[in-house]
Design a protein around this ligand. Structure first.
Ligand code: ZN
Length: 259
């Protein structure tokens, strides 16, 4: 079984389209299930189109903090002014059907397989940021499965623990399909049994690891591998949509730098 892992799409339709196209294509090799780790909306200018595309494809959905606020389940308290403005705009844009669906997306962690769960922030708390080994330490001790897939930080990579060995994984990409032609890059991480792993596929729609390309991952449970991918997308079109919607300029500008 191959699961396509997507997180933090944030209303960026162009990035989601590029990820789905790449994932179906020969360079990635297709997938059997789609696991969505949350923050589908908020920030980007195409929330309804993203949900319309994602809903029929997703096998697992976990709510993110932006989904919760955009659905009106919690207030914008704790959001910075840019995030709050985008959440209020998004809530007004959502169709009644998408709003109702978003309200009912469950909180993580959600069991995906015998070995793996899906969460937004951490397996211990949906809003916890896992940015460093210090943050990862407690979840790696206490999580109930060997693997947690998570998002929320918008940084692609992983933390793992095998006995007393702790490792932080940063993808070092190799090029697929010829150096000058390829739009897709990948990095393979082995996930053999007997260790614990916190794995972040990165953000589809608003990467913050200084790489503007859309991030995603594929988990192959039979091969015991997670492959991290990056794919170029039409960032100018995503920015133009944000500007046309009169959302804060910072939300458009940051997409070119991945910051
Ligand atoms: Zn997010």
């Amino acid at each position: 079984m191959r699961a396509l892992l997507v997180s933090d799409i944030h209303g960026n339709l162009q990035a989601l389209q590029a990820v789905l196209e790449a994932a179906r294509g020969p360079l990635v090799g297709g997938y059997d299930q789609l696991w969505n780790l949350g923050d589908m909306v908020g920030y980007g200018a195409r929330p309804n189109e993203v949900l319309d595309l994602l809903r029929p494809l997703a096998t697992i959905n976990v709510r993110g903090n932006h989904d919760r606020v955009c659905a009106g389940l919690t207030s914008t308290e704790g959001f910075n002014p840019v995030a709050a403005a985008a959440a209020i705009w998004t809530q007004r844009q959502l169709t009644p059907d998408n709003l109702e669906w978003l309200r009912n997306v469950p909180q993580g962690p959600i069991r995906a397989t015998e070995r793996a769960v899906c969460a937004h922030g951490s397996p211990l708390h949906e809003d916890q940021y896992i940015e460093s080994m210090r943050d990862a330490w407690m979840p790696l001790q206490l999580m109930e499965t060997e693997i947690t897939f998570f998002g929320h930080t918008h940084v692609q990579g992983a933390f793992s623990r095998h006995d007393q060995e702790w490792e932080e994984v940063h993808p070092r990409y190799s090029v697929l399909g010829g150096l000058w032609r390829s739009r897709v890059q990948r990095f393979v991480m082995e996930v053999p049994p007997g260790s614990r792993y916190l794995i972040n596929p990165g953000s589809v729609g608003q990467p913050r690891d200084y790489d503007w390309r859309a991030a995603f991952a594929v988990y192959d449970d039979a091969a015991e591998q997670v492959t991290f991918h990056r794919v170029a997308y039409d960032v100018k079109a995503a920015q133009a949509a944000i500007r046309a919607a009169r959302l804060p300029e910072r939300l458009a500008a940051r997409l070119s730098t991945g910051s």
